[in-house]
Ligand binder design. Structure first.
Ligand code: PLP
Length: 363
């Protein structure tokens, strides 16, 4: 790789497209002839207005969103959404369904419960170490929303298709797979994504909200900063937004549209990348995937080696060979290769070659 950069398989914050990083570097001291850095200009300036409006417009084009969908940027990461969602959408007597597919779903559930909200856990894969995505779920009639985690960053599972919820809007945590594939957005009332996995740096969460969701709780007494309507009515600028993070997202989305060519292309590339690694698990016994076959994630590939000792050696030798971030999440151990949009096919192929050589040497 150029510029002494390693192949970065970090789970988050994670690799960003190299052309984006280069563009940031080149324009950092003087943004578009303003004589100022993009981190020095006013968020009330025309320059920043153009940046945030471009980020919104590109999001709408990439995901094919019509005008009922609003795109906003909220601070506090995806974790802030765990509390804002039940706070904004569940009033007295309302209920919501939650599907528990791992650490992040569990946290989302906890934040609803802390607020004393009525929620039903309609399915969970916890009894099987969260290794699969539940199917044939019975959703609650009249629920305000169904919450799911579309990609489970830690366990390496992903919803291949989204469930039929009888018209109840899906609220989805897409932190680790937003913009990795085209979506049928009509099933969704709200989509949120902490930026640092697939679309930008940490410090901001993209939220896509369907207009009618704003009416679920018209008279709520939430603080302004915790209310979706505040962000929608002020184009995410009720207070100072995380300008640099939004700027970077706008460049990543431009890369997705103009260099990659949209989400269908991105999905093709992501499928190829996934196949390169998963076929190593399926063709031998040295590496074993931890996710059920039909629930495998194309973003986070989780696997084990024959022994924990070998896993340590693997992670160490990988690093010495220029492959970083392969350690599994501290809560589960093992290994994980996060192969988000910005991770090139070349990087994944290089990793697969390294893995084959490692297997030969150690088995
Ligand atoms: C990383 C992650 C989160 C937490 O994001 P923060 O921005 O750190 O709050 C939540 N959900 C999923 C699926 C994630 O991958």
């Amino acid at each position: 790789m150029s510029d002494n950069r390693i192949f970065n398989f970090n789970a988050g914050p994670a690799a960003l497209p190299l052309p984006v990083l280069k563009e940031i570097k080149e324009s950092f001291l003087n943004y578009q002839g303003s004589g100022m850095s993009v981190v020095e200009i006013s968020h009330r300036s025309k320059h920043f207005d153009d940046i945030i409006n471009d980020a919104v417009a590109r999001t709408k084009r990439l995901l094919n969103l019509d005008d009922k969908f609003k795109v906003i940027f909220v601070q506090g990461g995806a974790s802030m959404q765990f509390c804002m969602i039940p706070g904004n959408f569940l009033g007295q007597g309302d209920t919501a369904d939650y599907v528990n597919t791992g650490t992040w779903s569990t946290k989302a559930i906890k934040e609803a419960e802390i607020q004393g909200k009525q929620i039903n856990i309609v399915a969970s894969s916890e009894h099987n170490n969260f290794s699969y995505i539940p199917s044939e779920i019975r959703f609650t009639k009249g629920a305000s929303y169904v919450h799911i985690t579309s990609n489970n960053t830690i366990k390496g599972t992903q919803w291949a298709d989204f469930p039929d919820t009888n018209g109840v809007p899906i609220v989805a945590d897409m932190s680790s797979d937003i913009m990795s594939r085209p979506l049928d957005v009509n099933k969704f009332g709200l989509i949120y994504a902490g930026a640092q996995k697939n679309i930008g740096p940490a410090g901001v969460c993209m939220v896509i909200i369907r207009e009618d969701m704003l009416e679920l709780l018209p008279d709520n007494k939430l603080p302004s900063m915790l209310k979706y309507s505040t962000y929608v009515s002020k184009n995410s600028m009720y207070n100072t937004p995380p300008c640099f993070a939004v700027y970077t997202i706008h460049l990543v989305l431009k890369w997705l549209e103009e260099t990659i060519g949209g989400l269908a292309k991105m999905e093709q590339i992501n499928r190829k990348k996934g196949k390169i690694l998963y076929s190593l698990f399926d063709s031998g016994k040295f590496y074993s995937g931890t996710a059920a076959l039909d629930s495998r994630s194309l973003m986070n590939v989780t696997f084990r080696l024959p022994t924990e000792e070998l896993e340590k050696t693997f992670i160490q030798e990988a690093l010495e060979n220029g492959f970083g971030g392969l350690k599994g999440h501290r809560s589960v151990g093992g290994c994980r290769a996060s192969i988000y949009n910005a991770t090139s096919e070349e990087a994944v192929e290089a990793l697969a070659d390294f893995m084959k050589a490692f297997e030969l040497k150690h088995s």
